[in-house]
Write a protein that binds this ligand. Structure first.
Ligand SMILES: *Cc1c(COP(=O)(O)O)cnc(C)c1O
Length: 522
């Protein structure tokens, strides 16, 4: 392949990569190098022939297009091959295990997809008359009832569209509740190990964020937390199970201490997968918690969406929950909106989104909930924890498990880079794992562990799949300990070699131009 128009050219493999001396094409076995669609398409051709539009008076008031839009034209097989080849350069949950810790990347049952495509769910509109969408409202109400039952909390807001959006929802309700009692406070406490969205949410809501340290065993330092509590603390945000993969055993004591000084307790429930059906957050004194339907309840995620982050509330916060919400009436369901809220929901802080939430995700979650049932969900968390502990104990002779002595882990296994040869990093291990056919684990998070590697297998992986992944990671870890130089330039067999991570993140080239800037990342 010659240098293409954008100036980009596939990197030539290094000598010794086993590519032989033949002409370099960028192709590798079943994987064909693929140019941009603008480079292979031709603006003069189209894949389909449309009859010319009948001449009609324009309704666009002078806004009609005056020149061709210059989209590349491809025949149908060319278009199909282009996108199929691109898709093969990516990794997917349908291709193999996704070990990303904190992400709960589980199999998405096809049944859920089938249900979400039923016309009665897929083709309804949020502005339809209420009496024509009783089934849709009933489904939202059904998922809401499952959320309150599983968490032991009395109320739920279904509209937030992701975990971070749910955090915002929870903190806005907390702020409304505090302001309603004339006690606006200024500080939110967040543990060191928290997901980055927690401090970001608190700061976005105008709070000053302060860290709570962790103990040597990876849990919130209760004594330090108590010492910091006071009349300026609006809330604490605790992730439970936490991002070290450990259950916060002191949660009840934390909640009691926060309530004693008039504060409220937010729980980041993204890791609910480890305890669903076993622990009810409401019993731990939590006031608000988001649930990631796109993690625990198997709706697809990745690539930015769609997600869904319902938030459950305690009695103290329920009156401040956002609108709208679905209520069961004697003969069906109704939507409580601004006009109807005055009756008993006057404290609501308003709306998170224009309409009712992510309907497609609700249908998928409902299918998952109903097909598992309460017993099945309990088994989900049991199997997820078992799988994570199997990973932890199959690798802790080779990889340092900083909290391995703290007892069994919950849904994810955490390792550090201690023991790697000088100059070898977690990044090298992650890149080498790509050569072994796996998506890398979560790395450098949580920050409390040096060179962290966080692995969450989920319950949907078989023992054979876990063994295959463990084998791959063992071989890479052995090479990192031995200081195998080839690791530093991995991946060797992926469609792209090692990118400049900073440049790729800071200056991504997202728009095709005739000439891409010379210094930009691929
Ligand atoms: C995934 C996650 C979030 C954020 O959820 P999004 O849906 O990605 O916004 C927050 N906290 C933790 C611990 C998470 O794992």
């Amino acid at each position: 392949m010659s240098v293409n128009q954008s100036g980009w050219r596939p990197e030539r493999p290094e000598a010794g990569d086993g590519d032989g001396a033949g002409t370099f094409t960028g192709n590798r076995a079943l994987m064909l190098e693929e140019a941009l669609i603008f480079e292979i398409g031709d603006t003069e051709t189209t894949g389909v022939d449309f009859a010319p539009a009948p001449a009609a008076a324009s309704r666009l008031a002078g806004l009609e297009r005056r020149r061709p839009i210059d989209l590349p034209g491809l025949s149908e097989p060319e278009a199909v091959r282009h996108y199929t080849r691109l898709s093969r350069q990516n990794y997917a949950i349908d291709l193999g295990l996704f070990p990303l810790g904190s992400c709960t990347m589980k199999h998405n049952p096809r049944l859920n997809e089938k249900m979400a495509r039923l016309a009665g769910f897929a083709d309804i509109h949020p502005l339809q008359p209420i009496d024509t969408v009783q089934g849709g409202l009933g489904l939202i109400h059904l998922v809401a009832e499952w959320m309150t039952a599983l968490t032991g909390m009395p109320a739920v807001a279904m509209s937030p569209k992701a975990g971070a959006h749910g955090e915002l929802c929870g903190l806005l309700a907390i702020r409304s509740a505090l302001e309603a009692r004339g006690d606006a406070r200024s500080v939110v406490l967040v543990p060191e190990s928290a997901h980055g969205t927690n401090p970001a949410t608190a700061a976005f809501c105008g709070y000053a964020v302060e860290n709570i340290p962790a103990t040597a065993e990876g849990r919130v330092d209760l004594a330090a937390l108590k010492a910091r509590l006071g009349p300026d603390v609006a809330a604490v945000m605790i992730t439970n199970p936490n991002t070290c993969g450990l259950f916060e055993r002191d949660m009840r004591a934390i909640s009691d201490a926060v309530h004693a000084v008039g504060g409220l307790v937010y729980c980041d429930g993204a890791n609910f997968n480890a305890i669903v059906g076993r622990v009810r957050p409401g019993d731990l004194g939590i006031d608000a918690m988001h649930i990631n339907l796109h993690k625990t309840f198997s709706t697809p995620h990745g690539g930015g969406g769609p997600g869904s982050g319902p938030v459950v509330f305690s009695d103290a916060l329920a009156p401040f929950a956002p609108l709208p919400f679905v209520e069961r009436t004697e003969d069906g369901f109704r939507l409580i909106e601004e006009e109807t809220a005055q009756e008993h929901h006057a404290g609501s802080f308003g709306r998170m989104v224009a309409f009712h939430g992510q309907m497609g995700m609700f249908v998928r979650a409902a299918a998952y909930l109903l097909s598992h049932g309460a017993d099945g969900l309990r088994q989900v968390s049991g199997d997820a924890v078992l799988n994570a502990n199997y990973v932890l104990r199959s690798l802790d002779d080779l990889l340092d498990a900083p909290f391995g002595e703290s007892g069994p882990c919950m849904h994810e296994a955490l390792f550090s880079d201690s023991g790697f040869a000088d100059g070898f990093t977690t990044l090298d291990v992650a890149k080498a794992l790509i050569d072994e056919g796996f998506h890398p684990m979560t790395m450098y998070f949580p920050l409390v562990v040096h060179g962290a590697m966080l692995i969450e297998p989920t319950e949907t992986e078989s023992k054979a799949a876990l063994d295959q992944f463990i084998g791959a990671l063992r071989s890479v870890a052995e090479r990192a300990r031995a200081g195998d130089a080839a690791l530093k330039s991995a991946p060797h067999f992926a469609p792209r070699r090692r990118l400049d991570e900073t440049l790729a993140a800071r200056k991504p080239v997202l728009v095709w131009k005739d000439e891409a800037p010379a210094e930009a990342a691929e």
